[in-house]
Ligand binder design. Sequence first.
Ligand SMILES: [Zn+2]
Length: 166
Amino acid sequence: MRCPFCGSEDTQVKDSRPVDDGSAIRRRRQCAICGARFTTFERVQLRDLAVVKKDGRRVPFDRDKLTRSIGIATRKRGIDEEQIERMVNGIVRRLETTGESEVPSTRIGELAMESLAQLDEVAYVRFASVYRDFATARDFEEFIRRLPEDLEGADSPPRAEVAGAN
Ligand SMILES: [Zn+2]
């Protein structure tokens, strides 16, 4: 790593530790020539992360696309952009910490469903209906019937509202 102060290539790592959430490694470095100290961060570059689709094709990870699909699922559910942004950040962080350079699209869908399940049952069901490609009303009913009990927390909208969307 080149010293940003004097341009020397001769720098040494003095300290190396994970950033609090484990998504990066923070290194303190010191230049052997001018003595300057500086910090570098090492993290997975998400623009280099490949998503493997169900048909085997590989496409670059598209954060905006993930944000859009979560935005569609949460429409008119009183969930603001900041909450969606936090959710996407959480998903991205979990993708980063795998350390893999490619990830199946199904994994991203599952992470999004997990996050939505904790936030809003209706948004969760909407996302799942697209993601799981429900073909018939029966698929949808079957999915609703199998919703885990813990989704029916005090903060969740009543079940009738979900059924009403049918
Ligand atoms: Zn230097």
